[in-house]
Design a protein around this ligand. Structure first.
Ligand SMILES: [Zn+2]
Ligand SMILES: [Zn+2]
Length: 89
């Protein structure tokens, strides 16, 4: 089973339990946007973008979810490959 991680695509801030977003300028409801998938429980509006509490930038809600496996693309394909050296065929 692969669990998705949540972090800001801009500054890598990871939302904590207790972080809340407010539905403004719509209904003003406070809610945890990652618990509801971006849906406001007050008015039902789906927020396609989420603002980071740390860097205040807006990013598509989907971009906040990362697959932990995808973070390992920088690992060399071969165990004996040296970083920085081109692989000769
Ligand atoms: Zn709302
Ligand atoms: Zn951020």
């Amino acid at each position: 089973m692969r669990e998705k991680q949540i972090r800001c695509p801009n500054c890598a801030y990871r939302p904590r339990l207790g972080d809340h977003w407010s539905c403004v300028p719509r209904c003003g409801t406070l809610f945890d946007t990652f618990a509801t998938g971006g849906r406001c429980p007050g008015c039902g509006h789906l927020w396609l973008e989420t603002q980071c509490p740390a860097c205040a930038r807006w990013s598509p809600h989907e971009d906040w979810y990362v697959d932990p496996q995808a973070d390992r693309v920088m690992v060399p394909a071969r165990a004996d490959a040296s970083p920085g050296l081109p692989l000769t065929p």
